[in-house]
Design a protein around this ligand. Sequence first.
Ligand code: CP3
Length: 343
Amino acid sequence: MNDLYLRACRGQPVERTPLWLMRQAGRSLPEYRELRDRFGFGTLLRTPELAARVTLQPVDRLGVDAAILFCDILVPAEALGLRVEFQPGPVLDRALRTTADVESLRRRAPEEAVPYVFETIRLLRRELDGRVPLIGFAASPFTLAAYLIEGRGSKGFEAWRALVHGEPATAHRLLETLAALTADYLVAQVRAGAQAVQLFDTWAGLLDEAGYREFDLRYVRTIFERLAPERVPRVYFALDAAHVLEDLRDCGADVVGVDWRIGLGEAARRLGGGRVLQGNLDPAVLLAPPPVIERRAAEVLEQAAGLPGHVFNLGHGVLPDTPLEHLLALVEAVGRHSRRGRS
Ligand code: CP3
């Protein structure tokens, strides 16, 4: 029974700092690549037995302190009648471009539209049997909207940004729909057995501060408010968001994920006291030799020393070419250094 992650999220005492890695399932593990090449990403995602197997791979192989559901942030788009494929980046069968497109969206209950997500969660809770907690997730409405308007991944998401600035009423209409959908989706994940939930806001950094408050933060808050009665830790991770850290004081999350561009100490000051933080080793450090990884991991732990709680993570997802031995070296180093810090 390892509940270090849940205790750290709640600001309770822990014997060592728990660790999990964003994008730990998939990408760099050889046993993931083998399954993906055999079945294809779409089948892995939509088949509960396979999705559960991929979710468990990093728990078994790396010894991380939490499992994150193997799924993708684009999956709930299927509850709006859109079809998503992965090549490997997400591609939708059609992009939403006009006000009429947005107004014509009908929202189905996630349990009906994507039942495999909840079946995977139920299966995982049985298979994990308390070994480590299970994290559910979704994208922030702003980040999900970027893909729905663009129809696929993009470097600059210009179509979405054009809509935000040119037709803000339509943008808000879409964001409201996505906030309601995402709240339903996460509540359903918790009821199926997810023990914490994380909102990924990968594209928050496209907005300036005023834009962030208007088009992103308020919808994040709405979702976390809807989740409050579920009593699970709520985690918010926004990439490239150092310019809006003060605003994140009222994001409604119990834990804030910090990317690698800002130190945890400074992030804590700007977020205001009393916050549990998650992060924030630069994922590219894992491409360097193990002694460098160990030193840099120890530095992150030192910065976190005065916090009310810390969940060790990277400042963004594991990079696809990260060697397995480097991931193992990180888990070992964080275990050893954080135990030492507490004895
Ligand atoms: O964290 C985990 O290990 C759980 C699984 C997970 C996936 N996607 C599986 C996946 C999670 C949490 C996500 C979130 C996700 N998906 C985000 C937010 C986090 C982030 O990285 O910023 C975003 C922006 C996406 C959209 C997406 N899905 C992209 C851009 C891609 C292309 C390539 C890649 O690996 O990022 C995907 C496909 C995808 N989702 C893969 C995996 C394992 C790769 C498919 C493959 O090649 O096997």
